[in-house]
Design a protein. Structure first.
Length: 135
């Protein structure tokens, strides 16, 4: 009987440890919004500046997209957030008046190395203002 109680206590303890250690990955992300003082401070100290990051994301798009999608990226790509040391250039805003959408989906550029890759989190997020972009 005592072994049964000990087993139950261990199971309960194990369940509590599992539940407290679980959390969504997105909640752990450090997100810096465009137009904030934190954003300005970050880009001032980043090894890869915004202009260079813009070029890198277009280089990635040119190599990996067809001509139509490349031109779409070039025209509508916008940077709303820096996430965990990555600039995220997205077309997830669909139009220039929409500040809610898949703003973390797109081409991610490492702010330290310039590494580029595409990532889709498909997490709806809202921005307080329109992001940064070039034409």
């Amino acid at each position: 009987m005592e072994a049964f109680k000990l087993k139950n206590y261990l199971i309960i303890l194990f369940m509590i440890m599992i539940l407290t250690s679980c959390s969504k990955g997105e909640e752990k992300m450090e997100i810096i919004a465009y137009g904030t003082p934190e954003f300005e401070k970050f880009i001032k100290n980043a090894p890869i500046n915004l202009d260079k990051a813009w070029s890198l994301q277009l280089d990635y798009a040119k190599k990996n997209y067809d001509e139509w999608n490349y031109n779409w990226q070039k025209k509508f790509s916008t940077l709303f957030f820096i996430v965990d040391d990555y600039y995220i250039f997205t077309t997830g805003h669909v139009n220039n008046k929409m500040l809610r959408g898949y703003l973390l989906d797109g081409i991610w550029i490492n702010t330290k190395t310039g590494e580029a890759f595409e990532k889709k989190l498909q997490k709806t997020i809202e921005s307080k203002q329109m992001g940064w972009g070039k034409e």
